[in-house]
Design a protein around this ligand. Sequence first.
Ligand code: BG6
Length: 474
Amino acid sequence: MKLKTDFLWGGAVAANQCEGAYLEDQKGLSPMDILPSAQYGRKEAMYHPELALKKDYGYYPSHGAIDFYHRYKEDLALMEELGIKAFRTSISWARIFPEGEGEPNEAGLQFYDNLFDECKKRHMEPVVTICHFDTPLALTKKYGGWENRVLINLYLNYCSLLFKRFGKKVKYWITFNEINMITHIPFFGGGMLTEDIENVSQIAYQAAHHQLVASALAVKMAHECKEELLVGCMLAAGSFYPYSCNPQDVWEAVEKNQESYLFIDVQVRGKYPSYAQRIWKEKRVSLKMEAGDEEILRCNPVDYIAFSYYSSRLAGVSPEISGKTADGNAIHTLRNPHLDITPWGRQIDPLGLRITMNDLYDRYQKPLFIVENGLGAADKIESDGTINDDYRIAYTRDHIEAMKAAVEDGVDCLGYLSWSCIDLVSAGTGEMEKRYGFIYVDRDNNGNGTLERRKKKSFYWYKKVIESNGEMMD
Ligand code: BG6
Protein backbone atom coordinates (compact mmCIF):
# COMPACT_ATOMS: atom_id res chain seq x y z
CA MET A 1 0.00 0.00 0.00
CA LYS A 2 1.54 3.31 -1.10
CA LEU A 3 0.85 6.86 -0.09
CA LYS A 4 -2.03 8.37 -2.05
CA THR A 5 -1.08 10.48 -5.06
CA ASP A 6 -2.75 13.49 -3.45
CA PHE A 7 -0.96 12.92 -0.14
CA LEU A 8 -0.58 16.26 1.63
CA TRP A 9 3.12 16.81 2.24
CA GLY A 10 3.84 20.03 3.97
CA GLY A 11 4.79 22.07 6.96
CA ALA A 12 3.10 23.74 9.90
CA VAL A 13 3.44 26.94 11.90
CA ALA A 14 1.22 28.86 14.33
CA ALA A 15 0.37 32.55 14.15
CA ASN A 16 1.68 33.44 17.59
CA GLN A 17 5.01 31.69 16.97
CA CYS A 18 5.81 33.20 13.59
CA GLU A 19 3.85 36.33 12.70
CA GLY A 20 5.26 38.92 15.10
CA ALA A 21 3.66 42.35 14.46
CA TYR A 22 1.95 41.73 17.76
CA LEU A 23 0.10 45.04 17.92
CA GLU A 24 0.12 45.99 14.28
CA ASP A 25 -3.10 46.75 12.41
CA GLN A 26 -5.08 46.88 15.66
CA LYS A 27 -4.26 43.34 16.78
CA GLY A 28 -5.13 42.65 20.41
CA LEU A 29 -2.94 40.69 22.84
CA SER A 30 -2.67 36.92 22.73
CA PRO A 31 -1.51 34.69 25.62
CA MET A 32 1.96 34.25 24.09
CA ASP A 33 2.43 38.03 24.00
CA ILE A 34 2.89 38.21 27.76
CA LEU A 35 5.31 35.28 28.01
CA PRO A 36 9.09 35.75 28.10
CA SER A 37 11.62 33.27 26.81
CA ALA A 38 13.20 30.47 28.83
CA GLN A 39 16.03 32.48 30.38
CA TYR A 40 13.57 34.98 31.89
CA GLY A 41 11.23 32.41 33.40
CA ARG A 42 8.82 31.26 30.70
CA LYS A 43 7.92 28.05 32.54
CA GLU A 44 6.84 29.94 35.64
CA ALA A 45 4.89 32.43 33.53
CA MET A 46 3.11 29.66 31.58
CA TYR A 47 1.89 27.98 34.72
CA HIS A 48 1.32 31.22 36.69
CA PRO A 49 0.17 33.69 34.03
CA GLU A 50 -1.24 35.98 36.71
CA LEU A 51 2.40 36.78 37.54
CA ALA A 52 3.21 37.38 33.89
CA LEU A 53 0.32 39.82 33.63
CA LYS A 54 1.92 42.00 36.29
CA LYS A 55 5.55 41.71 35.32
CA ASP A 56 7.65 43.46 32.69
CA TYR A 57 10.15 40.98 31.28
CA GLY A 58 11.61 43.42 28.78
CA TYR A 59 11.90 41.00 25.89
CA TYR A 60 9.01 38.97 24.49
CA PRO A 61 9.80 36.59 21.64
CA SER A 62 6.32 36.57 20.10
CA HIS A 63 6.32 40.34 19.59
CA GLY A 64 8.58 40.18 16.55
CA ALA A 65 8.86 36.39 16.13
CA ILE A 66 10.18 35.72 12.60
CA ASP A 67 8.20 38.63 11.15
CA PHE A 68 6.12 36.32 9.00
CA TYR A 69 3.43 39.02 9.01
CA HIS A 70 5.59 41.09 6.67
CA ARG A 71 7.61 38.33 5.04
CA TYR A 72 4.97 35.72 4.25
CA LYS A 73 5.39 36.17 0.49
CA GLU A 74 9.11 35.50 0.64
CA ASP A 75 8.52 32.55 3.00
CA LEU A 76 5.80 30.99 0.90
CA ALA A 77 8.02 31.35 -2.17
CA LEU A 78 10.65 29.28 -0.37
CA MET A 79 8.04 26.74 0.62
CA GLU A 80 6.86 26.47 -2.95
CA GLU A 81 10.45 25.79 -3.93
CA LEU A 82 10.50 23.11 -1.23
CA GLY A 83 7.50 21.63 -2.99
CA ILE A 84 5.08 21.60 -0.12
CA LYS A 85 1.48 20.90 -0.96
CA ALA A 86 -0.11 21.90 2.32
CA PHE A 87 0.71 24.75 4.65
CA ARG A 88 -0.74 24.72 8.13
CA THR A 89 -1.04 27.92 10.04
CA SER A 90 -3.46 29.34 12.58
CA ILE A 91 -5.53 32.47 12.57
CA SER A 92 -4.85 34.84 15.41
CA TRP A 93 -8.25 35.38 17.02
CA ALA A 94 -7.00 38.67 18.48
CA ARG A 95 -6.11 39.92 15.00
CA ILE A 96 -9.70 39.38 13.89
CA PHE A 97 -11.35 40.44 17.16
CA PRO A 98 -8.81 42.46 19.16
CA GLU A 99 -11.08 42.20 22.23
CA GLY A 100 -12.17 38.67 21.38
CA GLU A 101 -15.68 39.98 20.64
CA GLY A 102 -17.36 43.04 19.20
CA GLU A 103 -16.60 44.43 15.79
CA PRO A 104 -14.24 42.46 13.54
CA ASN A 105 -11.01 44.05 12.44
CA GLU A 106 -10.91 44.31 8.65
CA ALA A 107 -7.12 44.71 8.58
CA GLY A 108 -6.72 41.33 10.28
CA LEU A 109 -9.14 39.65 7.92
CA GLN A 110 -7.37 41.20 4.95
CA PHE A 111 -4.03 39.79 6.11
CA TYR A 112 -5.39 36.24 6.06
CA ASP A 113 -7.16 36.83 2.75
CA ASN A 114 -3.81 37.80 1.27
CA LEU A 115 -2.03 34.90 2.95
CA PHE A 116 -4.48 32.28 1.66
CA ASP A 117 -4.42 33.83 -1.82
CA GLU A 118 -0.66 33.53 -1.77
CA CYS A 119 -0.94 29.88 -0.71
CA LYS A 120 -3.28 29.18 -3.62
CA LYS A 121 -1.02 31.03 -6.02
CA ARG A 122 1.82 28.78 -4.88
CA HIS A 123 -0.30 25.61 -5.16
CA MET A 124 -0.53 24.97 -1.45
CA GLU A 125 -3.61 23.83 0.38
CA PRO A 126 -3.98 25.91 3.55
CA VAL A 127 -4.76 23.90 6.69
CA VAL A 128 -6.06 26.31 9.29
CA THR A 129 -6.22 26.00 13.05
CA ILE A 130 -8.90 28.27 14.43
CA CYS A 131 -7.41 28.48 17.91
CA HIS A 132 -3.78 27.53 18.47
CA PHE A 133 -3.16 28.38 22.15
CA ASP A 134 -4.55 31.75 21.19
CA THR A 135 -7.66 32.75 23.11
CA PRO A 136 -7.47 36.58 23.17
CA LEU A 137 -6.10 37.91 26.42
CA ALA A 138 -9.06 40.29 26.65
CA LEU A 139 -11.31 37.25 27.15
CA THR A 140 -9.08 36.00 29.94
CA LYS A 141 -9.37 39.33 31.70
CA LYS A 142 -13.08 39.86 31.13
CA TYR A 143 -14.49 36.35 31.44
CA GLY A 144 -11.74 34.17 32.91
CA GLY A 145 -11.23 32.25 29.66
CA TRP A 146 -12.93 29.02 28.61
CA GLU A 147 -14.20 28.12 32.05
CA ASN A 148 -16.90 30.62 31.25
CA ARG A 149 -19.58 29.25 28.95
CA VAL A 150 -19.93 32.61 27.23
CA LEU A 151 -16.77 31.74 25.28
CA ILE A 152 -18.73 29.17 23.24
CA ASN A 153 -20.75 31.84 21.49
CA LEU A 154 -17.82 34.19 21.09
CA TYR A 155 -15.81 31.41 19.44
CA LEU A 156 -18.74 30.53 17.17
CA ASN A 157 -19.13 34.15 16.19
CA TYR A 158 -15.45 34.13 15.23
CA CYS A 159 -15.84 30.79 13.36
CA SER A 160 -18.87 32.00 11.46
CA LEU A 161 -16.91 34.95 10.16
CA LEU A 162 -13.95 32.73 9.20
CA PHE A 163 -16.03 30.13 7.35
CA LYS A 164 -17.94 32.80 5.43
CA ARG A 165 -14.90 34.84 4.58
CA PHE A 166 -12.36 32.08 3.89
CA GLY A 167 -14.56 29.05 3.12
CA LYS A 168 -13.77 29.35 -0.59
CA LYS A 169 -10.03 29.35 0.03
CA VAL A 170 -9.62 26.99 2.96
CA LYS A 171 -10.93 23.43 2.89
CA TYR A 172 -9.14 21.92 5.92
CA TRP A 173 -9.94 23.35 9.37
CA ILE A 174 -8.89 22.35 12.86
CA THR A 175 -11.00 23.62 15.75
CA PHE A 176 -8.47 23.64 18.65
CA ASN A 177 -4.78 22.86 18.65
CA GLU A 178 -3.90 19.93 20.94
CA ILE A 179 -7.20 20.07 22.78
CA ASN A 180 -5.98 17.68 25.47
CA MET A 181 -3.34 20.23 26.50
CA ILE A 182 -5.99 22.25 28.33
CA THR A 183 -5.75 20.02 31.40
CA HIS A 184 -1.95 20.38 31.44
CA ILE A 185 -1.46 24.09 30.65
CA PRO A 186 -4.83 25.78 31.23
CA PHE A 187 -3.48 29.17 30.18
CA PHE A 188 -2.34 27.95 26.75
CA GLY A 189 -5.31 25.70 26.17
CA GLY A 190 -8.08 27.79 27.64
CA GLY A 191 -6.79 31.26 28.46
CA MET A 192 -7.34 30.56 32.14
CA LEU A 193 -5.64 31.94 35.23
CA THR A 194 -5.33 29.33 37.94
CA GLU A 195 -4.06 31.36 40.88
CA ASP A 196 -6.03 30.62 44.05
CA ILE A 197 -7.89 27.78 42.38
CA GLU A 198 -8.08 24.91 44.82
CA ASN A 199 -8.87 22.26 42.19
CA VAL A 200 -7.48 23.20 38.77
CA SER A 201 -8.93 20.02 37.24
CA GLN A 202 -12.43 21.31 37.97
CA ILE A 203 -12.02 24.41 35.84
CA ALA A 204 -9.91 22.63 33.21
CA TYR A 205 -12.49 19.91 32.52
CA GLN A 206 -15.33 22.42 32.60
CA ALA A 207 -13.45 24.57 30.08
CA ALA A 208 -12.73 21.45 28.01
CA HIS A 209 -16.44 20.68 27.93
CA HIS A 210 -17.13 24.16 26.62
CA GLN A 211 -14.50 23.69 23.92
CA LEU A 212 -15.93 20.30 22.96
CA VAL A 213 -19.40 21.81 22.56
CA ALA A 214 -17.93 24.76 20.65
CA SER A 215 -15.94 22.41 18.43
CA ALA A 216 -19.02 20.32 17.60
CA LEU A 217 -21.04 23.42 16.77
CA ALA A 218 -18.18 24.69 14.61
CA VAL A 219 -18.26 21.42 12.64
CA LYS A 220 -21.98 21.89 12.09
CA MET A 221 -21.52 25.51 11.09
CA ALA A 222 -18.73 24.71 8.62
CA HIS A 223 -20.77 21.99 6.94
CA GLU A 224 -23.79 24.24 6.70
CA CYS A 225 -21.64 27.00 5.24
CA LYS A 226 -20.10 24.74 2.61
CA GLU A 227 -20.46 20.98 2.35
CA GLU A 228 -16.91 20.38 1.15
CA LEU A 229 -15.28 21.88 4.22
CA LEU A 230 -13.48 19.32 6.34
CA VAL A 231 -13.11 19.96 10.04
CA GLY A 232 -10.75 18.04 12.29
CA CYS A 233 -10.00 17.72 15.96
CA MET A 234 -6.37 17.86 17.06
CA LEU A 235 -4.62 15.75 19.67
CA ALA A 236 -1.20 16.03 21.27
CA ALA A 237 -0.65 12.35 20.58
CA GLY A 238 1.97 9.84 21.64
CA SER A 239 0.81 6.59 23.21
CA PHE A 240 1.78 5.81 26.78
CA TYR A 241 3.68 2.56 27.16
CA PRO A 242 3.67 0.68 30.45
CA TYR A 243 7.07 0.78 32.12
CA SER A 244 6.98 -3.00 32.64
CA CYS A 245 4.64 -5.96 32.47
CA ASN A 246 3.73 -5.33 36.09
CA PRO A 247 -0.08 -5.04 35.75
CA GLN A 248 0.03 -1.88 37.83
CA ASP A 249 2.33 -0.24 35.29
CA VAL A 250 0.05 -1.45 32.49
CA TRP A 251 -2.99 0.00 34.21
CA GLU A 252 -1.20 3.31 34.78
CA ALA A 253 -0.54 3.50 31.02
CA VAL A 254 -4.17 2.65 30.24
CA GLU A 255 -5.34 5.48 32.49
CA LYS A 256 -2.91 7.99 31.02
CA ASN A 257 -3.97 7.13 27.47
CA GLN A 258 -7.62 7.50 28.41
CA GLU A 259 -6.96 11.02 29.69
CA SER A 260 -6.03 11.98 26.13
CA TYR A 261 -8.52 9.76 24.30
CA LEU A 262 -11.37 11.26 26.30
CA PHE A 263 -11.29 14.34 24.08
CA ILE A 264 -11.14 12.47 20.79
CA ASP A 265 -13.79 10.00 21.94
CA VAL A 266 -16.15 12.94 22.28
CA GLN A 267 -15.14 14.59 19.03
CA VAL A 268 -15.27 11.42 16.94
CA ARG A 269 -17.80 9.17 18.69
CA GLY A 270 -20.01 12.02 19.79
CA LYS A 271 -20.20 11.21 23.49
CA TYR A 272 -18.12 11.04 26.62
CA PRO A 273 -16.65 7.58 27.16
CA SER A 274 -17.81 5.55 30.14
CA TYR A 275 -14.43 5.97 31.86
CA ALA A 276 -14.93 9.78 31.94
CA GLN A 277 -16.99 9.33 35.10
CA ARG A 278 -14.07 7.62 36.80
CA ILE A 279 -11.62 10.36 35.74
CA TRP A 280 -13.92 13.11 36.97
CA LYS A 281 -14.50 11.30 40.25
CA GLU A 282 -10.78 10.80 40.85
CA LYS A 283 -10.08 14.44 40.07
CA ARG A 284 -13.09 15.70 42.05
CA VAL A 285 -14.66 17.25 38.98
CA SER A 286 -18.33 17.97 38.84
CA LEU A 287 -19.21 18.89 35.28
CA LYS A 288 -22.02 21.29 34.46
CA MET A 289 -23.76 20.43 31.20
CA GLU A 290 -26.72 22.19 29.70
CA ALA A 291 -29.71 20.50 28.16
CA GLY A 292 -28.88 19.96 24.52
CA ASP A 293 -25.12 19.61 24.97
CA GLU A 294 -25.18 15.84 24.59
CA GLU A 295 -27.18 16.07 21.40
CA ILE A 296 -24.81 18.69 19.99
CA LEU A 297 -21.85 16.40 20.66
CA ARG A 298 -23.66 13.36 19.26
CA CYS A 299 -24.74 14.98 16.01
CA ASN A 300 -21.53 16.68 14.95
CA PRO A 301 -18.49 14.41 14.79
CA VAL A 302 -15.32 15.67 13.15
CA ASP A 303 -14.27 14.67 9.64
CA TYR A 304 -10.70 13.69 10.43
CA ILE A 305 -8.26 13.36 13.31
CA ALA A 306 -5.30 15.68 13.18
CA PHE A 307 -2.52 15.09 15.67
CA SER A 308 0.97 16.11 16.66
CA TYR A 309 3.52 13.45 17.41
CA TYR A 310 6.93 14.15 18.88
CA SER A 311 7.42 11.11 21.07
CA SER A 312 5.81 8.20 22.80
CA ARG A 313 5.31 8.43 26.56
CA LEU A 314 5.93 6.11 29.46
CA ALA A 315 3.92 5.46 32.61
CA GLY A 316 4.33 3.21 35.59
CA VAL A 317 4.31 3.02 39.33
CA SER A 318 7.36 0.83 39.99
CA PRO A 319 9.40 2.47 42.74
CA GLU A 320 12.73 2.23 40.90
CA ILE A 321 11.57 4.65 38.22
CA SER A 322 10.23 7.39 40.41
CA GLY A 323 11.73 10.75 39.54
CA LYS A 324 13.21 9.56 36.22
CA THR A 325 11.28 11.80 33.88
CA ALA A 326 11.76 13.15 30.38
CA ASP A 327 10.32 16.24 28.68
CA GLY A 328 6.89 15.42 27.33
CA ASN A 329 6.04 19.02 26.50
CA ALA A 330 3.77 19.51 29.48
CA ILE A 331 2.43 15.96 29.46
CA HIS A 332 4.32 14.17 32.19
CA THR A 333 6.28 11.11 31.04
CA LEU A 334 8.84 8.80 32.56
CA ARG A 335 12.23 8.37 30.93
CA ASN A 336 12.26 5.35 28.62
CA PRO A 337 15.67 3.66 28.90
CA HIS A 338 15.35 2.26 25.35
CA LEU A 339 15.14 5.63 23.67
CA ASP A 340 17.60 8.36 22.77
CA ILE A 341 16.84 11.83 23.91
CA THR A 342 17.29 15.28 22.36
CA PRO A 343 19.25 18.04 24.12
CA TRP A 344 15.85 19.49 25.09
CA GLY A 345 14.89 16.25 26.78
CA ARG A 346 12.48 14.87 24.17
CA GLN A 347 12.67 11.12 23.66
CA ILE A 348 13.05 9.97 20.07
CA ASP A 349 10.77 7.10 19.08
CA PRO A 350 9.85 6.73 15.41
CA LEU A 351 8.27 3.31 15.96
CA GLY A 352 6.07 5.05 18.51
CA LEU A 353 4.51 6.96 15.62
CA ARG A 354 3.49 3.72 13.94
CA ILE A 355 2.14 2.44 17.25
CA THR A 356 0.25 5.69 17.88
CA MET A 357 -1.24 5.71 14.38
CA ASN A 358 -2.38 2.12 14.73
CA ASP A 359 -3.86 2.86 18.16
CA LEU A 360 -5.78 5.87 16.84
CA TYR A 361 -6.98 4.21 13.68
CA ASP A 362 -8.05 0.98 15.40
CA ARG A 363 -9.99 3.05 17.86
CA TYR A 364 -11.71 5.49 15.52
CA GLN A 365 -11.46 4.41 11.85
CA LYS A 366 -11.35 8.01 10.74
CA PRO A 367 -8.69 9.47 8.45
CA LEU A 368 -5.63 10.62 10.36
CA PHE A 369 -3.61 13.70 9.52
CA ILE A 370 -0.12 14.22 10.98
CA VAL A 371 -0.06 17.98 11.38
CA GLU A 372 3.08 18.26 13.53
CA ASN A 373 6.22 16.18 13.78
CA GLY A 374 9.77 17.40 13.93
CA LEU A 375 13.00 17.83 15.80
CA GLY A 376 13.93 20.89 17.84
CA ALA A 377 17.73 21.19 17.60
CA ALA A 378 20.50 23.76 17.66
CA ASP A 379 21.91 24.40 14.17
CA LYS A 380 25.34 25.65 13.22
CA ILE A 381 26.18 27.75 10.19
CA GLU A 382 29.46 26.47 8.69
CA SER A 383 32.12 28.86 7.38
CA ASP A 384 30.87 28.24 3.83
CA GLY A 385 27.35 29.24 4.87
CA THR A 386 25.83 25.76 4.82
CA ILE A 387 23.83 24.18 7.62
CA ASN A 388 24.37 20.46 7.70
CA ASP A 389 21.47 19.27 9.82
CA ASP A 390 21.86 15.55 9.26
CA TYR A 391 20.26 14.91 12.66
CA ARG A 392 17.03 16.56 11.44
CA ILE A 393 17.12 14.53 8.24
CA ALA A 394 17.60 11.33 10.24
CA TYR A 395 14.76 12.17 12.63
CA THR A 396 12.35 13.10 9.86
CA ARG A 397 13.30 10.14 7.68
CA ASP A 398 12.74 7.66 10.50
CA HIS A 399 9.36 9.14 11.32
CA ILE A 400 8.23 9.22 7.70
CA GLU A 401 9.30 5.56 7.35
CA ALA A 402 7.24 4.76 10.44
CA MET A 403 4.27 6.61 8.98
CA LYS A 404 4.62 4.67 5.73
CA ALA A 405 4.68 1.44 7.72
CA ALA A 406 1.46 2.50 9.45
CA VAL A 407 -0.10 3.13 6.04
CA GLU A 408 1.04 -0.38 5.03
CA ASP A 409 -0.73 -1.57 8.18
CA GLY A 410 -3.90 -0.14 6.68
CA VAL A 411 -4.09 3.25 8.37
CA ASP A 412 -5.74 5.96 6.28
CA CYS A 413 -3.46 9.02 6.46
CA LEU A 414 -4.22 12.28 4.68
CA GLY A 415 -0.84 13.89 5.01
CA TYR A 416 2.33 14.68 6.85
CA LEU A 417 3.12 18.22 7.96
CA SER A 418 6.48 18.84 9.48
CA TRP A 419 6.85 21.10 12.50
CA SER A 420 8.05 23.24 11.21
CA CYS A 421 9.04 24.14 7.68
CA ILE A 422 10.78 27.28 8.97
CA ASP A 423 12.45 28.18 12.29
CA LEU A 424 10.08 29.89 14.69
CA VAL A 425 9.60 30.70 18.36
CA SER A 426 9.22 27.63 20.56
CA ALA A 427 5.87 27.50 22.32
CA GLY A 428 7.24 25.73 25.37
CA THR A 429 10.48 27.62 25.92
CA GLY A 430 10.16 30.79 23.83
CA GLU A 431 13.53 30.06 22.28
CA MET A 432 14.48 30.63 18.64
CA GLU A 433 17.59 28.54 18.93
CA LYS A 434 15.62 25.36 19.48
CA ARG A 435 15.16 25.19 15.75
CA TYR A 436 12.58 23.09 13.92
CA GLY A 437 12.76 24.35 10.34
CA PHE A 438 14.14 23.26 6.99
CA ILE A 439 14.61 27.01 6.52
CA TYR A 440 16.91 28.80 8.94
CA VAL A 441 15.96 32.22 10.27
CA ASP A 442 18.70 34.50 11.53
CA ARG A 443 17.31 35.44 14.92
CA ASP A 444 18.61 34.39 18.34
CA ASN A 445 17.05 33.90 21.76
CA ASN A 446 17.35 37.60 22.56
CA GLY A 447 15.81 38.84 19.34
CA ASN A 448 19.11 39.71 17.65
CA GLY A 449 19.74 38.86 14.00
CA THR A 450 18.94 40.01 10.49
CA LEU A 451 15.95 37.67 10.01
CA GLU A 452 17.59 36.50 6.80
CA ARG A 453 16.31 33.12 5.59
CA ARG A 454 18.72 30.33 4.59
CA LYS A 455 18.06 26.83 3.27
CA LYS A 456 19.41 23.99 5.40
CA LYS A 457 20.62 20.65 4.05
CA SER A 458 17.30 19.16 5.17
CA PHE A 459 15.53 21.55 2.79
CA TYR A 460 17.00 19.78 -0.24
CA TRP A 461 16.36 16.37 1.30
CA TYR A 462 12.68 17.04 2.10
CA LYS A 463 12.19 18.45 -1.39
CA LYS A 464 13.25 15.09 -2.85
CA VAL A 465 11.00 13.21 -0.45
CA ILE A 466 8.01 15.27 -1.56
CA GLU A 467 8.85 15.05 -5.27
CA SER A 468 9.02 11.26 -5.04
CA ASN A 469 5.89 11.02 -2.82
CA GLY A 470 7.98 9.51 -0.07
CA GLU A 471 9.87 7.00 -2.21
CA MET A 472 13.29 8.68 -2.18
CA MET A 473 14.37 8.88 1.42
CA ASP A 474 18.20 8.84 1.15
C1 BG6 B 1 3.20 21.44 19.94
C2 BG6 B 1 2.54 22.77 19.69
O1 BG6 B 1 2.85 21.00 21.19
O2 BG6 B 1 4.59 21.38 19.98
C3 BG6 B 1 3.41 23.79 18.98
O3 BG6 B 1 1.33 22.62 19.00
C4 BG6 B 1 4.81 23.71 19.52
O4 BG6 B 1 2.84 25.05 19.14
C5 BG6 B 1 5.37 22.30 19.25
O5 BG6 B 1 5.68 24.67 19.01
C6 BG6 B 1 6.82 22.11 19.63
O6 BG6 B 1 7.00 22.40 20.97
P1 BG6 B 1 8.03 23.50 21.46
O7 BG6 B 1 7.68 23.75 22.88
O8 BG6 B 1 9.37 22.89 21.31
O9 BG6 B 1 7.84 24.69 20.61
